[in-house]
Ligand binder design. Structure first.
Ligand code: AMP
Length: 333
């Protein structure tokens, strides 16, 4: 993936009045040293950063600013669409923005590499980040507001409340990444409270994540409609992902094994084929591309329980290692 760093947007610091200290969850002043988990947080502009060449997007770094913005939108009778991301934006993320724009009047996109959803051996530190390019993309696609908090704005040092879903989180990606979905649910719940969206758009690319967020929204009565947008792919079929940047040229070729395996299943008719033979078929494609299987599953779309006989609407999911990079993909059959 190529990133366009050729941007003209200027970010002014401290242009807007900073929020009153009592409204912040953590009382450090903009410009003071961050003691953040985020290695780049110390370089971040403080609150009030504003894109000045095109009026949009409105860039906010403090939760209270975003909530004020949300209240303003609602007071003006606007519906808010929300797209949570970890940044290093690509066309897949932007397709979620387009979907949010179709359904709502004001779109907020958040960029937050959430430390609590990374395991100790995972890539939190080296997760790709490019704030300038992200802001340019948000500007180009017409995002109204961008929320760019630092970890210490999101988590009090003694934070002790989490959101833990207890049925769907343990299989599939949860097996290899214990605690990952607790981190996801907790941060999404917090973001929903901050942004107060009417609609939130998530990508099918992370199918298990959408299923778990839907469950959280249902079980905790969040007044948010969850929309799942289709996976955007490179022309050769590779699902777009911020992590594709880790792939060498040779790995990039082999990474096509995931989408090829899913495509090889063809269409599932009413014949109820055995799931095991379809999994075996996907396994043989992964082997051909020299990919190391993490899991290959065919599951019920809502419960994520493995099925034995496949019906239209079931979901095939793959996670595989391509070199050191773990890739995921899925297809609704
Ligand atoms: P991430 O920044 O990876 O946390 O992703 C933020 C959102 O973008 C999630 O809802 C993802 O499912 C979604 N997303 C990531 N890749 C794609 C893609 N290729 N097509 C559509 N949505 C995507």
């Amino acid at each position: 993936m190529t990133k366009n760093n050729d941007m003209k947007i200027v970010i002014k610091h401290n242009h807007q009045p900073e929020p009153p200290p009592e409204k912040r969850i953590i009382l450090h002043r903009p410009g003071e040293a961050h003691h953040s988990l985020d290695p780049q947080a110390k370089d971040m502009p403080a609150t009030g950063g504003e894109v000045v060449d095109g009026r949009v997007p409105h860039v906010m770094r403090f939760p209270c600013e975003v909530t004020d913005w949300a209240r303003e939108q609602h007071r003006a009778g606007k519906r808010i669409g929300f797209v949570p991301t970890m940044g290093y934006l690509h066309a897949g993320h932007l397709s979620l923005v387009e979907e949010a724009k179709k359904q709502t009047d004001a779109v907020c996109l958040s960029i937050f590499v959430n430390p609590t959803q990374f395991g100790p051996a995972e890539d939190f530190e080296k997760y790709p980040r490019d704030e300038a390019s992200d802001l340019k993309m948000c500007h180009d696609v017409g995002v109204g507001a961008v929320f760019l908090p630092s970890p210490d704005q999101m988590y009090a040092p003694d934070a002790s409340v989490v959101v833990d879903e207890h049925k769907l989180q343990y299989g599939l990606c949860g097996l290899r990444r214990p605690g990952h979905f607790r981190g996801v649910c907790t941060v999404v719940a917090k973001l929903f409270n901050i942004v107060q969206p009417d609609v939130a758009v998530f990508g099918q690319k992370d199918y298990q994540q959408v299923a778990i967020i839907r469950r959280m929204v249902r079980d905790l009565n969040f007044p948010v409609d969850i929309v799942m947008a289709p996976t955007l792919r490179e022309p050769d079929g590779l699902a777009m992902s911020s992590r594709n940047v880790y792939l060498s040229a040779e790995e990039r070729e082999r990474a096509l094994g995931l989408s090829s395996a899913l495509r090889s299943l063809g269409s599932v008719g009413a014949g109820h084929p055995a799931a095991e033979s379809m999994r075996e078929q996907m396994r043989s494609v992964l082997a051909r591309y020299d990919l190391t299987e993490d899991y290959i599953a065919i599951v019920d779309a809502d419960t994520l329980e493995p099925v034995t006989h496949v019906e239209p609407g079931n979901v095939a999911l793959i996670a595989a290692y391509c070199g050191k990079t773990r890739l995921i993909d899925n297809r609704i059959l």
